[in-house]
Design a protein around this ligand. Structure first.
Ligand code: HEM
Length: 337
């Protein structure tokens, strides 16, 4: 049993004294019972932890599998977690440094775009002139890169907040990102029509429009599946991998689109002097490198399984109990709801 022993004692200290192999009457403690023997499952028909369930039965995996964490349970960590924070006993290592790096890189990208458009390209306006175009890169970098990246990171950064709070924050930051992107798009389309420039002829514009359309679909689907209270848990669990895949994929596509846009703008505005290493060209190149750095750092943080949000035992118990009562099907990951 090793490290599980003190957990068991902790539970006894909390008054949960029945043995995991016994019948369980306290449904709020269900998920923890199955952590006692990591290969066991909580099987609803037998109402206890067993090594295998009937396939038609509803069942739960052990807690450590549900949280998809391969690290061993620290002595006493479940006890501490039961007192509140799902993070206690959960080491985040270097994650705060990586998060700090993303914020430095993200803000640097926004400032560099502002300096490029504000200083080298003459500033901002909403009058159909080239100054209106300058609103486009700035809004796109703020919305589709910086805010988008931060929205992805909230699940890693706010691990002590309730799942619902973090979901709402995730949706709200995405919504602000979408508003910024729409303002940026309106600026470039308005500029094109004022100057009689054809729309949607470049690879950049094609990738950009695909990104925005998929982003809108992803936002509406996320709202429907994860924040709409009537959506079944089984549907949420089914959709979640696609949501995560598309979310990261669109983030990469957005950064790639920015790189295409940067190159295009440089070829429009400093075509002849670009090969001479002029400051504007160097600044724009550096902006591209910073955007790639931001994307790689966000990507690294969200793909580290040990930095994923660990559901608190209360969240586990609630979701498991709710699923067993309402659906009678196999629960998905605790993060999925
Ligand atoms: C994810 C971010 C971005 C998206 C989704 C995006 C999207 C678009 C779209 C849809 C157009 C076509 C407008 C039209 O045809 O009337 C466009 C135009 C343009 N964008 Fe972006 N853009 C992004 C970022 C950037 C950035 C960072 C720059 C850098 C300066 C940039 C530079 C340009 C330029 C020069 C045009 C005009 C030429 C063209 O139509 O390709 N874009 N953008």
């Amino acid at each position: 049993m090793g490290s599980f022993t003190s957990t068991w004692e902790d539970r006894q200290g909390l008054g949960l004294t029945s043995h995991p192999k016994d019948d369980i009457s306290d449904s709020a403690a269900l998920p923890q019972y199955c952590t006692e023997v990591s290969a066991w499952m909580f099987c609803s028909s037998q109402h206890r932890c067993v090594s295998s369930c009937d396939p038609r039965d509803s069942w739960s995996e052990p807690l450590y599998k549900l949280t998809r964490s391969s690290r061993p349970v620290e002595p006493g960590s479940l006890h501490t977690a039961m007192e509140g924070s799902p993070l206690e006993g959960h080491s985040l290592g270097l994650m705060p440094w990586f998060v700090a790096a993303t914020q430095i890189l993200g803000l640097a990208a926004v400032i560099m775009t502002g300096v490029w458009m504000g200083h080298y390209q003459g500033g901002f306006a909403w009058d159909g002139s080239s100054l209106e175009f300058n609103v486009h890169p700035l809004c796109m970098v703020i919305g589709m890169v910086f805010l988008y990246g931060d929205a992805i990171l909230v699940y890693r950064v706010f691990q002590n907040e309730s799942k619902t709070t973090v979901k709402i924050l995730h949706a709200v930051i995405h919504l602000i990102a979408l508003v910024a992107a729409i303002v940026g798009l309106a600026a470039v389309f308005d500029f094109h029509s004022a100057k009689n420039i054809p729309n949607m002829y470049s690879l950049h514009s094609w990738c950009g429009l695909i990104t925005i359309i998929l982003f809108c679909i992803q936002w509406v689907m996320g709202l429907t599946f994860f924040l709409f209270p009537g959506t079944a848990y089984s549907l949420r669990a089914l959709y979640r991998p696609l949501h995560e895949y598309l979310g990261l994929g669109l983030f990469i596509l957005a950064i790639g689109t920015c790189l295409l846009g940067i190159t295009e703008k440089l070829l429009f505005s400093i075509k002849d002097t670009y090969p001479k290493f002029v400051p504007e060209g160097i600044l724009a190149n550096a902006l591209g490198v910073v955007l790639v750095g931001f994307g790689l750092t966000v990507g690294y943080i969200v793909t580290r399984s040990e930095w994923k949000r660990v559901a608190s035992p209360e969240e586990e118990a609630l979701s498991m109990h709710f699923k067993t009562l309402t659906e009678g099907d196999s629960p998905g990951s605790p993060e999925g709801s």
